[in-house]
Design a protein around this ligand. Sequence first.
Ligand code: SR1
Ligand code: MG
Length: 420
Amino acid sequence: MNTPDLYRPLTPEELGGRLSAVPVVAARVGEDPARWTVKEVGDGNLNLVFIVEGPVGTVIVKQALPYVRLVGDSWPLPLYRAYYENHALVRQAERDPGSVPEVYHFDEAQALIVMEFLSPHKILRRKLIDGEKVAGLGGFLGRFCARTAFRGSELSLKSADKKKDVGLFSGNVEIPAITEALVFTDPYYDAKMNHHTPGLDPVVADLRGNPHLKARAQRMLMKFASNTETMLHGDLHSGSIMSTDAESKVIDPEFVQYGPIGFDVGMLVANFLMAYFSQPAHREASALLSYQDWILTVIEEVLTAFEAEFRTLWSAERTGMLYPAALFEDQEQSSVEACSELLAEIRSDALGFCGIEMHRRTLSLAHNADFEDIGDETLKRRLETRNLLMGAELLLRAEEIGTNGMLLDLARQFNAKDVS
Ligand code: SR1
Ligand code: MG
């Protein structure tokens, strides 16, 4: 674990002096740090991120700060999250090769990871705001969720290995605590760090005044906190994905924890739905409909690819203690129905998590640029209202929205809703 007294946050000026002695970094960037160009580009909520460019090549250096960057040093946060992020990247690379940046070097004491520089990739959230399409996006993300979920669970892993891993990641306590509060709880009462667009007060009062809705959110929190089905990315939003026009990678798994399989898919779909609802503020009328339709297609592809890949892995890699062939195929009984029932439960969990994520990004501390970049406050309020109402529908009726067609129809209905 970390030795905090050795830790010092990097600055662009001294990064070369401190990292050029690391052979793998010198080999990737060049031996003479005087010829390196270093830029700090972190725009997330927690860490320092540097692009380090030299005569040989370019790398990314990500270093944890001992506090929440978004808030400042009044909110301390352990450096050891980098240790878990490194472990998560290693496992994701094994379970879905090529899906995450390659790690070149990890320094536990400095809480830093040196990794592959993705170029010409751009943060997906920004691409969605800018109206850019990414070929193969939904399929890639659906398969990523299925492969990491299936291969990180006791459907595939040996029980002893999985339980050991649950033990390892259970040390990462403060990070899940952020999600438990900011995502699952704070949106539903007047928590200290919350903020929302002023005109939303009546809608927010309705949500917070609904004990049934709050009980649903708490039930989902109980699953999130207590259910260790698989190793999650834990923060799979469009800011945790980098894409070119035809290739994507998943980054930033520092919110890794063991949790329910539906969580990552749900967060992902929520962020595409928020991109969808915010589009009227970012697109000319002539391009709006077709781009919104494209986002819905991506959502459908995520869910379809997730299910198809999960079924493929179920047939080909069900080597863990769960649903063993001894109970099904060896008895000449099909396990297809068991798989379908499990997938239906995962889907319903995912839609519940999805609704909660749509609420927290509008009501809690950490909002997203999809809505925050909207200057016209009246338009922002209207688009956020649609988002909040659909979020409530998903949370309350997750089990009933049994097909992707129903989900997309719902999105279209809320997008057309008169909320003036
Ligand atoms: C205090 S951290 C706020 C948010 O940033 C991260 O990206 C997670 O989404 C977290 O909820
Ligand atoms: Mg992040």
